[in-house]
Ligand binder design. Sequence first.
Ligand code: NAP
Length: 472
Amino acid sequence: MRKAFYIGGQWVEGSEYSPLYAPHSGEQLAEIPVADQSIVEQAIRAAEQANPVMRKMPAHQRASMLDKIADLFAERSEEAARIVAEEAGKPLKTARGEIARTIQTYRFAAEEAKRIHGETLPIDAAPGGEGRIAYTVREPLGTIGAITPFNFPMNLVAHKVGPALAAGNTVVLKPASQTPLSSLFLAQLAEEAGLPAGALNVITGSGGLVGDILVTDPRIKAITFNGSPQVGIGIRNRAGLKRVTLELGSNSAVVVDRDVNLAEVVPRCVFGAFSFSGQVCISVQRIYVVDQIYEAFVEAFLAETRKLRGGDPLLEDTDFSAMIHPKETERALSWIREAQQQGAHVLTGGEVEGRVLLPTVLTGVPVDAKVSCQEVFGPVVLINRVESVQEAIGYVNDSRYGLQAGVYTNDLHTALDAADRLHVGGVIINDIPTFRVDHMPYGGVKESGMGREGLKYAIEEMTEMKLVMFKR
Ligand code: NAP
């Protein structure tokens, strides 16, 4: 079926289309319009025209608009989950989880829309400041360019569209080429929710072409980007003084101390490593386990991994499926082979069945193997032995990335020490780094990005502070 762009409240046909294929079955799902320069221009103009409307809209109305989007998602949640399962190859049960979170993200956005405020300032704290009243307000930036990845095509879009609209901005959204249907579905809901024409514009097509224009056009006041470090760094380099929020990749790690309850820890680690075949920015990629429980941990981990079922993402009991593209499967496989050549052992997986790379567990991986020091973004995890949590923290920090890290320990001092020493955006004690709820501040250090998401924090990035002063 032919799809259309959503611009200025209208469904606009493209002059060129490209086929969209399902990652697992290879079936064609739709024909997606490919934006050219004039379409991007049209979208930016539509957003610009809607800015005065959004800027004037009272907070309660912005909130009810976002609540309405959440209501519509709730009504059509099964349809939304199937779209994600089909275009991203995300197993249905995981896709349903994403939709539940998407609803929460729009609800949090609606709530935050009512809490955007500044503060009053004691100007007379400075000599010469007597007789003055001052306060700050937070104003919308204007048009936000949102560029999103394939792996959470509903919820990561919500993390951009939600706070942008909550703050009274307008949006030009460019979803990943593999997952345009989720964003076009959102556009349908936004239309039904009665968003002003031009408040949300969705354009599909090449990241290079659309992204370049959005990043360099002066009418776009901020870029909010989720994706790979390579593209994110390129955006930062071209953005000049434009606000840029970057949520990038990682090679997240979890550290397991002795005396923890393996029956609880191991299933969580398996979930963190193989959920959506590891195509999650905070997927568990490296596990460091202290010597005393290493053998027991590995044995339990393998047993738990073998319970997972692979196959068609649309089947109810599927846990893992094909990666997003065969060339990504090839890349992950070649990294596994490289680690083997460097002395690592494959305990399970390391093979492709049909289009599906099996969950792969490696041990004895050297620090300079790609599966350790780069972002695998696939169903591959390493479990290495360490003498102590302190030693493990050194390995965790020895990374270009720093999104979140997890530490399982029952020792308070070890936990507090880890919280101090780990150089990441979020330290999760007694859970995996994959833990995220949608209102918490979320983002990375080093090559994992800059700025924070989580509705309140994203709104800070998408508003400008203004000082107002009265001399009496
Ligand atoms: P990607 O290849 O970087 O693509 C992300 C988005 O950028 C897509 O919409 C893509 O469009 C667009 N793009 C490509 N080239 C561009 C350019 N030159 N200028 C502007 N935009 C451009 O990433 P992905 O493969 O979709 O997603 C996987 C990556 O995202 C992983 O590294 C993962 O860790 C990261 N991620 C991070 C977070 C986080 O919150 N920290 C969350 C999710 C994912 P096309 O699809 O058309 O190329």
